[in-house]
Design a protein around this ligand. Structure first.
Ligand code: ATP
Ligand code: MG
Length: 206
């Protein structure tokens, strides 16, 4: 009799149920122990497509919950940014470094001045208690080109309001920023339409 019931207990459905219960207990334990609340530094880096869209998606998510957000875009001054057209209507301020692609302008000192101006706007946001989320889109390149001082960027991010979230996007993120971040994702490229000669598509690529 006992043998029969133990056999029954181990039916595939029950085995599955037991496994799932175990998993659920583990997840519940982890959720219960993750009690810390803090402003996060998130980095979306890598060569694949999806870094800026992820950043903007998070801004939308935050604004949807009534949080305040602000965006600073480094590099892409001349692009018609679809997200901007919507997010500005939702009270999200945009600061755009107005030089366009550096290989268009070929003027290094103008690029440095523009980068520093956009960084000054970022510094104000990173001191502003009333801003819950700051997106620093394509900031990584400004550090790679040495247009901005890494130590200054790090100390400003470190001393921001405790509740404030920051998202940095861009390829080749500096390892010191990665070390400082709470969450880092690397988007890997498997393939991209551009390699097949398809031009940037409105609504998908910008
Ligand atoms: P997105 O804004 O679409 O999320 P991204 O921020 O990950 O892209 P960026 O390096 O900022 O990528 O490039 C912006 C533009 O370059 C977009 O139009 C994007 O489609 C395109 N792009 C992104 N990754 C690649 C790639 N691997 N090859 C060619 N073009 C790319
Ligand atoms: Mg991008």
């Amino acid at each position: 009799m006992a043998e029969h019931s133990s056999h029954k207990q181990n039916s595939p459905e029950q085995k599955h149920q037991q496994r799932m219960q175990k998993l659920k207990n583990k997840v519940d334990d982890r959720i219960a122990s993750a009690q810390q609340e803090k402003g996060l530094l998130l980095i979306i880096t890598g060569n694949g497509k999806g870094k800026s869209t992820s950043g903007f998606g998070t801004v939308l998510r935050a604004v949807g919950h009534g949080l305040t957000a602000s965006v600073v875009q480094f590099i892409k001054g001349d692009w018609d940014c679809g997200e901007r057209n919507i997010l500005e209507k939702c009270g999200v301020d945009f600061t755009v470094m107005a030089t366009g692609f550096t290989w268009d302008t070929q003027d290094k000192s103008a690029d440095i001045a523009a980068a520093q101006k956009a960084w000054q706007a970022s510094e104000l946001l990173l001191k502003d208690e009333s801003i819950d989320l700051v997106l620093l889109d394509e900031l990584t390149y400004m550090i790679a080109y040495k247009y901005l001082d890494l130590d200054k960027v790090i100390s400003t991010i470190k001393s921001r309001p405790a509740h404030q979230h920051v998202i940095i996007t861009g390829r080749g993120c500096h390892r010191q920023l990665i070390a400082l971040a709470d969450t880092v994702s690397e988007v890997q490229s498997i393939k991209h339409a551009f390699d097949d000669g398809v031009k940037a598509q409105q609504g998908i690529d910008y």
